[in-house]
Design a protein around this ligand. Sequence first.
Ligand code: NAP
Ligand code: HSE
Length: 443
Amino acid sequence: MSEKRIIRIGLLGFGVVGQGVWKNIERNRSALEYRLGAQLKIEHIVVRDQSKVRGVAVGDIVYSEDPACVVDNPDIDIVCELMGGTGKALELTRRALEQGKIVVTANKALICEHGEELFATARRTGAHYFYEASVAGGIPIIKTIREALVANRFKLIFGILNGTSNYILTRMEREGLSFAETLVDARKLGYVEADEALDLDGIDAAHKAVILAYLAHGKWVRLQDIICEGIRDITGEDIEIAGQLGFKMKLLAVIARDFEANKLSVRLHPALISKKEVIAGVDEVYNGVSVTGDVVGTTILIGRGAGQDATSSSVISDIADAVFMLQGAPNPVISEEDEAVYKELADGLELAHKEMLRGRYYLRIHVKDQQGVLARISDIMSKEHISFATVNQKELEDGTAKLMVTTHESDEASIERAKAVLLLEDSVIGAPVSFRIFDPAKA
Ligand code: NAP
Ligand code: HSE
């Protein structure tokens, strides 16, 4: 019997995901090694504080606080960057790629902010940068777009890319809880990132949307150039009224390409979406991505978007690809020239102006419950050519009322102008809140 090659792996980071990679390689070692035709050996584990008590026992492997034992070690075949952040992780990823190494990552923030540079470095040095776990946890969305759906041009990719915010919205909807109450539970369950803004303000999902936009269209979009809005403004009554109107409230990433106008819209925001859409039924911490290609039509993937096991499943799948490559499986080598050709496909591709967005809207306006208020609001809206499709009113005990309206098709600029005028109106209390109504058929 021939000896299997030993593939040596170094882990940078041994937190939630790092420990999951360890645990799941151990759990399925024999099947995995049979499928890969190689032995896997985690050789070094680098952490910030080696004295910390860990959730798994790693035998005789010693922890180190010195990343050089992985990054600069010629015996390490695969470097897994599972530290997170864009500081030390950037420095170490750069260093490994400069040396032509294989790097596997789950770090969406790093790819979103520095992907262009890191992929260019990998091409220049012959290194490889794998990132399946960076988008939608355990859902194999990167490979699906890059490999399985390679025959397609992608008119629309949309979906739920943040598990924590989806969990919060689901509990608010099902149990009538407030955002604040649900957030407490999400924190207790360990769902919310240490930097809560990543989950609650949409930044984490926007990072993932930027990665998918690059993968599908070859264009790196800057986070600051896209709509990125989180879930903090959503109230129980918004969810309730949306439900009565046949919608669910979801935090959606949308990557829509108009091939004729050569425009790309990348955005991340809460939206009302018809309950009839499959993505509307993706609840709790699950993620769901709908991909519409011009050849295949629409394909929808649903699965666990976060957590130790789901995320480590994707990391191990990248490790497997790296192992096949190390064993001589053909791997397309993308040269600078190839990349230039690919970039030409995105040449002249412009980011669509936010103000040009069209669609239906939901607005919540808090008003003094006086005669003629609705007429005045309607007047302000009609000056912007916005007409109401539905109107709901909720009277409050303090003599005020909340108006929840949906509009017929309008555009973003008109809605924003109307909101600015409403803000100055005597009978309006506080700033009106609006959410987009997302219809995939019109995206
Ligand atoms: P985590 O639990 O906070 O673990 C981070 C690990 O990195 C810890 O072991 C930490 O060491 C180590 N580390 C951090 N900074 C370091 C430094 N400067 N030098 C050496 N070691 C350092 O994070 P995680 O949840 O596993 O996430 C890891 C990556 O996966 C992140 O990019 C995250 O965005 C991504 N991701 C996570 C999930 C998820 O569900 N958790 C899902 C998808 C993607 P100590 O243990 O000593 O502190
Ligand atoms: N905070 C992220 C989420 C982790 O809730 O989806 C997975 O990327």
